[in-house]
Design a binder for this molecule. Sequence first.
Ligand SMILES: Cc1cc2nc3c(=O)[nH]c(=O)nc-3n(C[C@H](O)[C@H](O)[C@H](O)COP(=O)(O)OP(=O)(O)OC[C@H]3O[C@@H](n4cnc5c(N)ncnc54)[C@H](O)[C@@H]3O)c2cc1C
Length: 382
Amino acid sequence: MIKIREKALEKLEYFCLNHLAKYSSQRNFDHGPENRDNVSELSQYISHRILDEVEVLKASYKKFPYPVVEKFIQEVLWRTYWKGWLEMRPKVWQDYNKDLLELKKETKKNYLDAINAQTNVEPFNDWVKELKEKGYLHNHARMWFASIWIFTLNLPWQLGADFFLKHLLDGDAASNTLSWRWVAGLHSQGKHYLATEWNINKFSRKKYKNLKLNETAIAKYETKTYETYPITFDNISNEQSLFLVHNLDFCFPHQHQTQFNYYGVIDFNSVLQKQGYSENVMNFKKNINSELKNLIKEKFNSEIYIDSFENLQKVIQEKNIKQIILPYLSVGYENDFIHTFKKQVNIAYSVRDYDRYCWQFATKGYFKFKEQIPKVLTKFII
Ligand SMILES: Cc1cc2nc3c(=O)[nH]c(=O)nc-3n(C[C@H](O)[C@H](O)[C@H](O)COP(=O)(O)OP(=O)(O)OC[C@H]3O[C@@H](n4cnc5c(N)ncnc54)[C@H](O)[C@@H]3O)c2cc1C
C-alpha cells in the first residue's frame, strides 16, 4: 500500500509538472469533483503537514519563474497568514465556541434543511452532498456556500463554519473560522462576499436559473474588537523527556533531529469524536495515526501511544518523565484539550522556524502580510 506521504509527494509532483503553469488563470473554476486538475487538492496533506509549506513552496518555485507561480505561492501563504492571525487573537476561537454552544441549544428547521441538502437553492444542495461525500469543496464553492448560508438562508456563520470544520478533510480552525468571518464581513469590517447567480454560472460553467439569492445583503457587524497578543514560545529541555508526535504535524519527526529520552504518538481522536467530526474525517485521521504509530516503532522502537489524559499520566509515572514535547499545536480543539491539563503536566510546544518567522507578519490584513512574502522566500526557499 502506498503510504500517505508518498501519495502526497506524488500528487505535488504531478500538479507542479502538469497544471501549476495554468493555476493562476484557471484556479477559480469549479469544474466539479471529477475534474479538479486546475487546483492542487493538496490541502488535506498540507493541513496535517504530511507535506509542509516550505517543501510545497520549493517544489513550485523550482519549476517556473516567479511570476508564473506567484499566485500559487500567495495561496499557500494564506494558510500561514490565517494561522498567525488567529494565534495572536485566540479569543476569536473562544468566542466562536461559546456562540456555538448557545446556538446548538435549539435546532431550527432551516438549519436542518441546509445540512441535509433540502434547501431550494439547487447548487447549495449539491455542495452539501459533495462535502459530505468527498470531504472537499473547491475554494470558490466554499465562498458561495458560506455566502448563501449567511445571506440567503440567514443562518449564523458559526453553524456553517462548524459544519465545514467537521466535514472537510483539510478542516483547520484558523483557515476555516477566519474564512467564514471574512465572507460574513467580520474580518475586514464591512467587506463581505456576496455569491451571485452570474458568478456561480460563470465559474461552475453551469446554467442555473432563478436561484433567488440575496445579492444585495449588507455585511454582518459585531461590536466586539479583538486585541492582538504576542505569541509566546516555550523553552525545550530534553532531560527525562517524552516527545509526542501527532497528526497535525506528520512530518515533524522526518524533518527534525530530535534528541529526547522517549518517543510516542498522541491521538486526539476521542476529542474530535466528542465534537462530532464526520466519519470520513475521523477515518482519515485514524489512518495518519496508524502511520505515525509505525513510524515511531521503526524509528525509535517505541510503542507509546497516548489517547487519554489517564494514559499520559501512567506513562509519566512509569518513565519518570519531567517534560513532554509536542510539535506546536495552534489554536483548535487539540490545543484546547492540551490546555485542560497544561498546568498539571510540564508540556512544551516545539515550533517550526517557518511558523515562528511568518506569524510575526500576520498582525494586520493579508495585503500587509503579502508584502513580506519576498523575505519569506529568501529565508526559506531560495
Ligand atoms: C468558507 C471557507 C472555509 C475554508 N476552510 C478551510 C479549511 O478548513 N482548511 C483549509 O485548508 N482551507 C480552507 N479554506 C481555504 C481554501 O478554500 C482551501 O485551502 C482550498 O480550497 C484547498 O484546495 P486546494 O488544495 O485544491 O487549493 P489550491 O488552490 O491548490 O491552493 C494550494 C494550497 O494553498 C492553501 N490555500 C489556498 N487557498 C487558501 C485560502 N483561501 N485560505 C487558506 N489557505 C489556502 C491550501 O493549503 C491549499 O492546499 C476555506 C475557504 C473558505 C472560503
